[in-house]
Write a protein that binds this ligand. Structure first.
Ligand code: MG
Length: 438
């Protein structure tokens, strides 16, 4: 035996299928991380994750608010297909239909251990919780952290914020200052035990923060030059660092895909308590780029080349087909998918597919992007209190040269307008909505 071997921990059993970790921030903007150019928020762990893997500059969510964005991530399909087009509150009776297939359900038959830690937001009644949708365990607050009488003066009739384990409420109105810590403890425990058991694992970790109201633990509070919002993002960054450290210590580092993103853009009406979309226009609840273009980092040492900054197009709906592909599962053949496998971009740094994205706000198709062109049929300006404006003729922007959507070039490009209007017509004809969930 080699001298060093006796001192090291027993080698974990190698699993042939890769582990998958999806970490999602809530309402984090395109411009809120150090590696995306924020001048004062410190995110050393996410910056290092970007250096060790790929950082995307043209990556989208499927909706500008929580619930529809998350269902699209979890199912690989536009939110309308599941009927989860709007944010669910504590009084909601709807949720994720048992007929939808989640990433966890796709991986489960292959022997994966599955855990969801954090904000689910696809229905809080027992039948809609993660444990009914392919997850072995769930720990977290099932919807937003501003939906109880204690956290929101407009919700005086509602229930207290539940903290759930499995399908049982274990606490009401938990101290939000410690949520990120507690989520992190739960997630790292799951990684350690799965690695020890020699089973491949899937961890879905949708953070509660930096959604308002902002809370950070004493270790982070008052520390960021950016103020409380910075404290909260820096604690989420710490959490990512803990997850990566645990993967390394568990010997799972080189067999695990880790991705990090956000569900929608920054909540700009919250002013200093909201984030930044960087150079992008508008934020949460709008179909301008700031509402739906997100940071996206992917890391898998030995598989994803280091130090890649890619302009390849991608969406959170790509995670379902990508997880299916790398795990060796099969895409279900009985339904429409809107995402595509990202493997060629991740592993070969290929340029990827031509951008094609439909920007929905609830059931309303507001804009479409094809290639560099984005056409808006209607826009709203939640940050400044502006209502809905319909555009006839539509607005047209070239996102490659004008990512901030400042210069409408519709008049000079009638053929592009015709093409994109045709595309919208075609999409509307084939798009089938599920029963709307409220
Ligand atoms: Mg959100």
């Amino acid at each position: 035996m080699l001298a060093g071997a006796a001192l090291s921990a027993p080698a974990p059993k190698q699993t042939s299928r890769p582990n998958i970790v999806i970490i999602l921030a809530d309402d984090l903007g395109y411009g809120d991380l150090g590696c995306y150019g924020h001048p004062t928020i410190r995110t050393p762990n996410l910056d290092r994750m970007a250096q060790e893997g790929a950082r995307f500059t043209q990556f989208y969510s499927a909706a500008p608010v929580c619930t529809p964005s998350r269902v699209a991530l979890m199912t690989g399909r536009l939110p309308g297909r599941s009927g989860l087009t709007r944010v669910l509150g504590p009084q909601a009776t709807g949720g994720l239909s048992p007929t939808e297939i989640t990433i966890a359900e796709a991986l489960k038959p292959l022997g994966y251990s599955t855990a969801c830690v954090g904000k689910w937001h696809l229905g809080h009644r027992p039948e809609y919780l993660p444990t009914r949708h392919g997850f072995d365990s769930y720990f977290g607050i099932p919807y937003s952290n501003d939906m109880s009488p204690k956290t929101n003066p407009t919700r005086q009739d509602g229930p207290l914020t539940p903290l759930i384990r499995g399908d049982k409420v274990i606490e009401e109105e938990p101290d939000q200052n410690f949520l990120t810590q507690r989520y992190t403890e739960e997630a790292t425990k799951f990684i350690r035990s799965s690695a020890q058991a020699g089973k491949p694992f899937f961890l879905y970790m949708p953070h509660t923060f930096p959604h308002v109201p902002l809370h950070a633990s004493p270790k982070f509070r008052g520390k960021s030059p950016r103020g409380l919002y910075g404290d909260v993002v820096e604690e989420v960054d710490w959490s990512v660092g803990e997850v990566l450290k645990t993967l390394r210590e568990a010997g799972a580092d080189r067999n695990t895909l880790v991705v990090f993103s956000s569900d929608n853009g920054p909540w700009l009406i919250k002013k200093e308590d909201g984030g930044s979309a960087g150079l992008l226009r508008e934020g949460k609840a709008s179909t301008w780029e700031g509402g739906m273009r997100e940071p996206f980092l992917a890391r898998w040492p030995g598989r994803i080349p280091a130090n890649v900054v890619t302009q390849a197009f991608g969406t959170l709906m790509d995670l379902f087909p990508t997880c299916v592909k790398i795990s060796g599962a099969k895409m279900p053949g009985d339904r429409e998918y809107d995402g595509a496998d990202l493997s060629p971009v991740l592993f070969e740094n290929s340029a990827g597919r031509e951008p094609l994205h439909f920007y929905y706000n609830a059931e309303d198709l507001r804009a479409v992007r094809k290639g560099p062109w984005k056409l808006h049929l209607a826009t709203n300006e939640p940050a400044t209190g502006g209502g809905l404006s319909k555009h006839e003729p539509p607005l047209l922007y070239n996102l490659t040269v004008d990512p901030s959507e400042k210069y409408d070039v519709a008049a000079a490009n009638p053929a592009v307008i015709r093409d994109l209007v045709g595309l919208i017509g075609q999409h509307k004809k084939t798009m089938k909505f599920g029963e709307l969930q409220r």
